[in-house]
Unconditional design. Structure first.
Length: 280
């Protein structure tokens, strides 16, 4: 079995620091106290520092940007997502948004453990800037879609709060519904733009490599399908049928397809066809 990546203990520490953050944010969901949200954000910030240190060590050891294998891509997804959660919580102090997002960032890092010791091969053409741009943009899109799922969850909670005749003890300080929907739409649109650019840079990179046609690649096909689904959802929102609660539910469903779909494509279809060992 291949050895784990260089300085893997920092990745393990980053994941370990995510766990108390999840517990604290979930605790906030059941007892909205600002101290819980602040402590959770501090744990996530420490996790982000450890993860950034791991990414730096991995890149220095490899002598390249650590974006070339399935594990490195998932790790970058988790890094960007954690940074988004820390930024949103530190700036807006919503608390409940972290309760939706922190478990997702922890789950992304947990997904990385499945591929850390796998036989996944680094991609060819490692020095090509198009490859680095492709992976970075694709992982950025996944992180933005994940953040959008958190905003969708907060929207649904706020919608339920406003429809309740009597507010109970679990009342959260959340922005107005229209602000949450705009945030969700912006995150989804930014994620779609990053995904389309990621697909485009990947196509340009393929032109310079002797690789199978992109249409035969299960991961490319999956991402094209997801880009089409998000584009359709955003178009329907602009036209009216998918506004408000419906758009929030659709965003959650599309995120679930992204999150579990990427895992299943990597696990059962080998991810990108050119990353599979010969004979697999």
């Amino acid at each position: 079995m291949p050895n784990p990546p260089h300085a893997f203990w920092l990745y393990q520490a980053a994941f370990a620091l995510q766990l108390p953050a999840v517990l604290l944010f979930v605790g906030y969901a059941f007892a909205p106290r600002r101290a819980l949200a602040l402590a959770a954000t501090a744990c996530l910030a420490a996790s982000l520092a450890a993860h950034a240190g791991f990414t730096l060590a991995l890149g220095v050891n490899a002598g390249r940007l650590p974006l070339a294998s399935g594990f490195e891509a998932i790790s970058f997804w988790g890094l960007v997502l954690t940074a988004l959660v820390v930024q949103v919580e530190w700036r807006h102090r919503l608390g409940l948004l972290g309760a939706f997002l922190a478990p997702l960032s922890a789950a992304t890092l947990l997904m990385g453990f499945r591929f850390a010791k796998s036989a996944d091969l680094p991609a060819p053409g490692l020095a090509d800037a198009w490859l680095a741009a492709h992976v970075a943009l694709a992982m950025l899109s996944y992180a933005l879609f994940t953040a959008g799922a958190g905003a969708a969850g907060a929207y649904l909670v706020q919608d339920r709060q406003l429809k309740a005749k009597r507010m109970g003890p679990l009342v959260y300080e959340l922005p107005p519904l229209q602000d949450l929907e705009r945030l969700l739409a912006r995150l989804s649109a930014a994620g779609l733009a990053a995904l389309v650019l990621g697909l485009a840079t990947g196509w340009v990179w393929r032109l310079g490599m002797d690789l199978p046609p992109a249409a035969a690649d299960p991961k490319v096909a999956f991402n094209v399908a997801m880009a089409g689904a998000y584009a359709l959802a955003l178009a329907l929102r602009l036209r009216g049928p998918l506004r408000g609660r419906r758009f929030a539910w659709i965003s959650l469903a599309l995120f679930a397809l992204i999150f579990f779909g990427i895992y299943l494509v990597n696990l059962y279809f080998g991810g990108h066809a050119f990353l599979r060992p010969q004979g697999a």
